[in-house]
Design a protein around this ligand. Sequence first.
Ligand SMILES: NC(=O)c1ccc[n+]([C@@H]2O[C@H](COP(=O)([O-])OP(=O)(O)OC[C@H]3O[C@@H](n4cnc5c(N)ncnc54)[C@H](OP(=O)(O)O)[C@@H]3O)[C@@H](O)[C@H]2O)c1
Length: 314
Amino acid sequence: MSVAALANPRVARPALSERVAKRPMGAPRQLALRVNNAARDTAGSGGTKGKLLVLGGTGFIGSKICERALSSGYDVVSISRRGDPPGDPHRYPDGVWNRVDWRKGDCVQPDTIATVLGEGGFVACIHAVGMLLASDINALASGSGSKPSPGATYDDVTRVTALNAADAAARLCTAVPNADTAGGGGTGGTTSKAPVPFVFVSAAEARWTFKAPVAWLEDYLIAKRAVEARLREMTDAGEVRAACLRPSLVYCLDKPAAMPAVGAFYLGNLLGLPFVDRPVTVDTLASAAVRCVEDGRSTGALDYREMERLAREL
Ligand SMILES: NC(=O)c1ccc[n+]([C@@H]2O[C@H](COP(=O)([O-])OP(=O)(O)OC[C@H]3O[C@@H](n4cnc5c(N)ncnc54)[C@H](OP(=O)(O)O)[C@@H]3O)[C@@H](O)[C@H]2O)c1
């Protein structure tokens, strides 16, 4: 019995690969299984740098990562519970909405990610799944209106999803040699035993050595630190090459409501408050994430200065 409950984690369902294989010709696709044919037809035809899995591609940050990865030459597959990104498809530039292969699935479930990576051709994975508040109010705090699953915990949404992803990526992705030195890497490149690039969107406050002022934030940070610690072990063991991006506030000019908080963080950082990092734009973060995949060397926790440098290199 499979636990890859892609649409409803509480209902036992056959594995994704089985359901895809058994769907009769011409039968309507189940929403949970929908594969974007446009993405497959236009992006999967070779000449690309390979397939990149973005977890949480429907999110504020994940959707920008999808866009950057596409423009950098990857075939992009996203997994999230909603599947399609929210809002008007036309607001996504350069036909991004049509070019990403959007999958619907709950990454807390152990088989969800492995089933997709098992399709083959993946060269890296970027984890941008998250939840700021463990209740429906998150829909207001989230830049993409994401609503947590009932009973979701920070441990589930952050640690469990990230470690499901890292374990599956280590087993099922095929890293290409450093794209900088291998002519862009890609499907035509020579495979090697290079550890698989894995990027985790953490948080600046994970570096705090003191307890967070509120319990929910402490729980959020405990989960981020647990992922970072495990990714360090996996990197040391050569299973993955993990980079943990640590943004404080992430912003874009399209969302003016966040600007007062962004201004306060900028000021706090300018004044030298040791626990306040400078905010980064969502473009900077997304470019840094893709650059980490490509540069063959980024590992460990990377703060706003390193993200800005990486973004300039892309
Ligand atoms: N925004 C910031 O200022 C900021 C700052 C520091 C760190 N971060 C970190 O950046 C990451 C992304 O944040 P964001 O601002 O882009 O948040 P967001 O817009 O709320 O995106 C969260 C993403 O996670 C997905 N998701 C949640 N639970 C899932 C599950 N069980 N399985 C699969 N997908 C799931 C959501 O998609 P569905 O709803 O479709 O499932 C959505 O795509 C988070 O880890 C967050 O902690 C953000």
